[in-house]
Design a protein around this ligand. Sequence first.
Ligand code: MSP
Length: 530
Amino acid sequence: MNKKFYITTPIYYPSGKYHIGTAYTEVLVDGLKKYKILRGYDSYMLTGADEHGQKIQEIAEKRGITPKKYVDEMAEMAINLWKKMDINYDDFIRTSDERHEKMVQKIFDKFMEQGDIYKGEYEGWYCVPCETYFTKTQLVDGKCPDCGRDVKLMKEECYFFNMKKYQNKLLKYYDEHPDFVKPNYRKQEMINNFIKPGLEDLCVSRTTFDWGIKVLKDPKHVVYVWLDALTNYITALGYGTENNDLFKKYWPADVHVVGKDIARFHLIYWPIFLMALGLPLPKQILVHNWIMMKDGKMSKSKGNVIYPETLIDRYGLDATKYFLLKEMPTDSDGLFTPENFVQRFNVDLCNDLGNLLNRTISMCNKYFEGKIPKYNGRKNEVDKDLEEIALNTHKKFEKFIDEFEISNAFQQIWNLISRTNKYIDETVPWILAKEMDESDKAKEKLQSCIYHLVENLRRISILISPFMCDTAKNMFNQLGIENDNLKSWDSLEDYDKLEKIKVIEKGQPLFMRLEVEQEVEYLNEKMSAK
Ligand code: MSP
């Protein structure tokens, strides 16, 4: 039996068109899932939409349609976008799905029966867009600490979840599972900011709007969004129903991937809900940073929003994915600027990767009629050095991916690309070609040179394949590599197995060089379009 891997994205609020920030999480999770498939795991990816709540109700009312009609339209929008982005999810859960609603009601009842949920009255500062109450001390300059917008003082009857009861159990769990949160400093933030000052009980129902899941025993209440939202990770697998094979197979999740703004809900409340249900906790929670713009967060009113479609339609899917993954550091926010995007495209993709492929294919055609020479050993120190670096790259890559340091993992691939480009300068194949008719040694060296180039391009294609699928396929095609064994992760252990392979007659550029000024202007215009 293959090892299993269950990975989830957050379920997104369908409050508007998704920008590249939202797309980032999806691209990351999809890439990790595809990587695990490459590694032989039985992988399952869940994504979806978080459809209830006051804000969604208000948007729908403004548009003069029912919330249900509104969220249906938005779900279709999301599904189309993920299709366009070749996101290979296994299930798309919507919190308005009957399967989800029914189970949330059962879970709510169970918590009431257990005495984890009690009725009380809530007074606090409420942020409508974030659908979160804050205490006065949590506000920043009197505004929402998460989004910076105005908050209003509100009071209402609501049910609370007794978080305090589980506080010590959670701390103990953190202690005993040092790898639970990636990166680890996020856990410390939770302890310092929310747990040490004393965990507040969480309001889990509302009476001021009705677009939500009704509390069965007290129907004027609807379940407040976070209890509704977080449970999607198990309701989608059929938890608590007769049809729970997926749950039995995949729970606990291997990793929930979430942005830093929702870390608190996943690192504190979700583990506590699971403890109250008597279920195992997810193995890991990966908290990623944000993609920022020059002038801060993306927002329509600032005129600095960039949508994935804009990038994909003009520069292609893989260039878009590459940028998002490469430009997001683990320990700080990533920055999107048109200049940076165009630069990465031209330098990393066109020059470094694209030219390497093109030069290799054209030399292989010119010197050996497209037939890749057989491996004939290491002909000199340069070969040896290159080979050693190549054989180590996937090991380093794997380590970084396991730590979810995607940008650093990509850096390993690009180091190999640079090293391989440098190898061409060092071996000067065009000089060897001139000498090869007279000198067997020169011929042998040239054969070795072309072999090394093609072999390294094969390795590079394998490493990028989970994240830049089309480019990898295109590279394999151009190199004439058809056998699946040569595209497998395991084949990275070998260096000498290319045989009877012929590259295509005329190489096709992977990426067309961009005109810098023109593209920067284009992107700036797109960003400020209202
Ligand atoms: N509905 C909740 C999540 C519930 S999960 C049980 C929610 N939705 S959201 O649509 O507001 O955000 C979804 C995800 O998108 C979050 O992980 C958030 O961090 C991420 N991003 C939103 N803007 C982002 C950037 N600019 N950059 C990177 N990720 C960003 O929160």
